[in-house]
Structure formats: C-alpha cells, structure tokens
Design a protein around this ligand. Structure first.
Ligand SMILES: [Zn+2]
Ligand SMILES: [Zn+2]
Length: 332
C-alpha cells in the first residue's frame, strides 16, 4: 500500500494544502477535498484502561521512523518520502529505522490552517523590534525558513470527585471553608513531545489548540508533512499530569466559593472514567544556532500563536561581539 497520492489527472504528487483541507497536485494544480477533514464526525474518546488493547497501530500508510543523529528527535514519515531535514535542529543527518507498526497511531488530527507564507509573516512581525533582527535575518537564509510538522498531543477527559479545605481572610480573621464537588474535565492537553515540552514558551504555543475542531485522523493530512513520534507515552503523560491537574482543580474549587479567594487549598481527588484522544497537531518550527546555542521558535499551525527564544542577552553578545560582528560583515 502506498500513501503518497498520485494525481488522477496527471500522475503528479498530491500534497496537503494548509488552510483548505484538501490535497493539491504539485504538477497540474488538481485539487481533492479530504472527506475526514470536512466532516462533522467528532474524534472518538478512547478508554484509557483499554488503551493497550484497543489503540490503533494502523497509520493508514507505510510509515517509517526517522531519527536525527544530532538532536535525537524522532519523526514518522511516509516510507516513500525522502528523508529531509530534522525540523527540530535543521540537521540533515537523519536516518530511517524500523517500520512504525508498533507505534500507536493517532485517532485525531488538527489540520494545518496557517500556510508557510503566513508563518513567515507572523515571524517577521514578532521579531521586528528584537535584538539585531534585520541583521540576523539578512545573514542567515536558514532564519527565513520554517518547517511544518505535526506533533503529538494527548487530551484527557475524566470525571473528578473532589473534597477540599482552604481558608480566606475577612475583617482580619481567618475563616476556613471546606466542600465537595464533582467536575468533568474535558480535553485536558498534555504535549507528548519531550523536545517541545521542556521549553515553557514553546509549551504555551502547543497547548493553544482548539481541540474541539480536531477531525478523525487521516494520513492525507500528512501528505508533505512529517509527524513527530511521541516521546512521552500515554501512561507517562497521564501520570505526569499531577501538578497541572492539581492547579486546574484548585481553581475549580475556588469557583465553588463565592467571591472569596481560598488559600492553602488541600484537596483529595478521585478520578473516574478516564478517556483520551491522541491528536497530532500542526506547528511551524524554525530553529538555528547562534553562539553555539540552539534557538527554537514555533508557530501554532492552527491559531498562529508564536513564541520561542531569540538571541537577546547583551552580555553574551558583548562577550562574543568581536567575533560575531566580524562574521556579520564577512570579515575573518
Ligand atoms: Zn495533476
Ligand atoms: Zn535534530
């Protein structure tokens, strides 16, 4: 079975077309709508406890895992796709490994809405007032290039029963409050990419999805885009959710108490009916080395939200300035 779709009118390669939910022939421009992406079928919630047995491993295409030898990132690509650059570090030293049969396949996808041109526009607007932006842009063509990739995101639905105690201050007195409430958590996101989850700024961007707009997974959305292999598994994602879920539920506890701000909340939570979705979500990534440090900028491929690191420390610049300025003007 092959996945790279051939154009029915000319035999050319058809690639996913960001923003339009269709495939476009790269030779003749013939377009075909992808039915899954225009359907109103919701992405199925999967039972967490049965995940091992019921999760699909079928990518709907012949997939391969490609590993970057520089940064270790793993992406899943169509077997027929030629390995290109690593989207996380720009390295070309990538190597293909075993087929991806044993890797859980996603059950939902948020397709790219933001085009590469739009991503560049957002990027240039974001950096325009930043440190040395025009000089750096002019200097390195790599900076003008974004790579589109789908990254893995688990979302969790779970029914919680919570008991809490806390206190608040009123007229210089400390008053205690306790209670019990039930709360249904819906689509709580956990980014399953270690590469991106380690950076708070990037994490903010890749949690900014409207998950209600996810569509049932189809390999057609991947035509032309690699997909990052999850480096945080389903169980690990749920087990590591602790402090964030805690923070979220304590906020819910506060909503139970009218017009008082509860402090020192202690809470005991029971979880029922845990369900998950494994979504792949679109990002545009730009990464580059500056002063031997890797900078990564990401743009949410659905909402256009951008964040990341940009060289800014004057201290670092001053230390390296002579070398850098000479390089900048082509003087050795
Ligand atoms: Zn064609
Ligand atoms: Zn890499």
């Amino acid at each position: 079975m092959e996945h790279t779709k051939k154009c029915p009118s000319c035999g050319g390669t058809m690639l996913f077309n960001p923003g339009f939910n269709d495939l476009v022939c790269q030779s003749c421009g013939h377009r075909e709508v992808i039915p899954e992406l225009v359907s109103n079928i919701p992405v199925e919630e999967m039972d967490f406890l049965k995940a091992q047995h019921t999760a699909s491993h079928d990518w709907g295409m012949e997939a391969k895992v490609v590993t970057c030898r520089q940064c270790g990132a793993q992406t899943i690509q169509n077997k027929l796709q030629l390995s290109g650059l690593c989207p996380f570090c720009g390295s070309t030293t990538v190597e293909a490994g075993d087929p991806a049969q044993d890797i859980m396949a996603p059950n939902g996808v948020i397709p790219f809405k933001i085009t590469e041109n739009r991503a560049l526009f957002i990027f240039k607007d974001w950096i325009k007032d930043r440190f040395l932006a025009p000089e750096l842009l002019a200097r390195d063509a790599q900076l003008n290039k974004f790579y589109g990739i789908y990254v893995p995101l688990f979302t969790f639905d779970v029914l919680t029963i919570n008991r809490f105690t806390g206190h608040y201050n009123e007229n210089n007195r400390t008053l205690f409050k306790s209670g019990r409430f039930q709360h249904q958590v819906d689509d709580f996101p956990v980014v399953a990419s270690k590469q991106l989850a380690s950076d708070k700024l990037l994490l903010n961007v890749i949690k900014d999805y409207r998950t209600s707009e996810a569509k049932p997974y189809t390999p057609d959305a991947l035509a032309g885009f690699p997909c990052e292999h999850y480096s945080i598994g389903l169980a690990e994602a749920w087990n590591g959710i602790g402090s964030e879920m805690d923070f979220y539920l304590k906020n819910q506890a506060n909503k139970q108490v009218e017009s008082k701000y509860l402090m020192g909340i202690q809470m005991a939570t029971e979880y029922y009916n845990l369900q998950y979705k494994y979504l792949i979500v679109p990002v545009w990534i730009n990464s580059f080395f500056y002063d031997n440090k890797l900078y990564t900028i990401v743009i949410n491929g659905q909402t256009g939200k951008i964040d990341g690191q940009w060289p800014k420390s004057f201290g670092t610049f001053a230390k390296k300035s002579a070398q850098f300025i000479l390089g900048l003007y082509g003087i050795k």
